[in-house]
Write a protein that binds this ligand. Sequence first.
Ligand code: ADP
Ligand code: MG
Length: 442
Amino acid sequence: MPTIQLENVNLYYDKGKPSEVWALKDVNIEINKSDYVAFFGPSGCGKTTLLYLISGMEVGRLESGKVLINGRDISQFSKKELAIFRQIGVGIVFQQFNLIPSITVLDNVAFPMAFLGISQTRRREEAMKLLIRLNIQQLANRYPHELSGGQQQRVGIARALANNAPIIIADEPLGNLDSENANNVMAFLKELNEKDGRTVIMVTHEAWSLKDVKKIFYMKDGIILKVEEPKAQTEVGKSLSSYYYKGLYPQHSKKELTAKSISYLFLRGYSLDEIKRFEFFLSQRLENKIDAEVFKQVLDRPFKDGGVGLWKKKAEKIAYKTEELISNKKEIEEIYKELEQNPAVPLVEEIANIRNWLLEGYKGKITGIQKMRIDEVIGERIRKIITSENFQKCLTFPKKQFGIGLSRRMAQRIIEKLESIIDQDVNLSSAQSISDNFAAKL
Ligand code: ADP
Ligand code: MG
């Protein structure tokens, strides 16, 4: 399935007025995940309009036709889905750079991560890595007006990379650059496609800059005149792209409850023998080889008689919690399946249920805003958009600074619960360390 598809798209500006412009006429295009494409054509032919559509803006302006992202019609996205798509689905490099003048280079690059609920310290760390990758780390504390055009464009590129978006869009990225800087930018876009495996979409009106792209859409007066594929597809960085993708849109993989993580949750302070036996019976229970009643009995039975030898009340409590965990695990699996099909579905109710479960026993007050923030980060953690470490930071970050403001102890309890039931095979931190290693080699 193409990553991006436009079907019979027509778009007008100022429809019905004397100034009416038919900006896109019956546009049909397909862009695949491994593509590096360019839209090429004279000024005013509709290139920027097309990019806006692809990046989820101006969709409401469509006269007819469809924009599909991974097969889903973008006009059917909820507001929240659209917001998520814009925040983590696409990274945009603008011709005019569009840097925020009043904050430093480092904070400009860190800025898009603010929407992901990542703490400021961590945002700055990640932003610094990007500056290093673009070889402008020495500019971190300067302000945009203190930089040359070429330097500002690098900052713009670093910012576009900040949320690890699988799709990078660059609107005339060379327009304001001298030839040396233009060449550097071109080389970097190529690398993002070939080595990082990102979908790269560029708009240009300079013919020389088409040398590396794999597909060229020639445009004139809102029409796609022809599509050209200059050379056979080269070997595209398969490995890295798959990691990035898994980080953002995790695959549904085998998710058996691990008896280990649950026993860790329940049995700290018990002897290794007791834990081992508990894990044994727990696996039996999870595989449905024993029922809830038998499970409770063996927890209570003395150790020398083959049981786990827990105190009766403790046995009952753990048996009860286990059943609860099993049913919550199902809920998580369902959310996971849903996310696999529709990565951006908000799942408000399901996540609220999980939140209530995680906060169970919490004596403090939780405001509406805190709830919203908690739900956001739970959703992101389930989707593996943020690491467990960042999840913790979001939970404990002060309310005044838009964090959730829970105590470290409470956060720790929540994390242990949530981590015990979410799938551990695929996570962003492994993708992150791979991309870090990769960046270090450059
Ligand atoms: P390009 O990026 O290829 O230069 P654009 O997509 O910016 O072209 O513009 C396509 C056409 O739509 C042009 O004729 C332009 O004047 C017109 N246009 C673009 N944006 C607007 C707008 N916001 N309002 C009215 N007309 C617009
Ligand atoms: Mg333009």
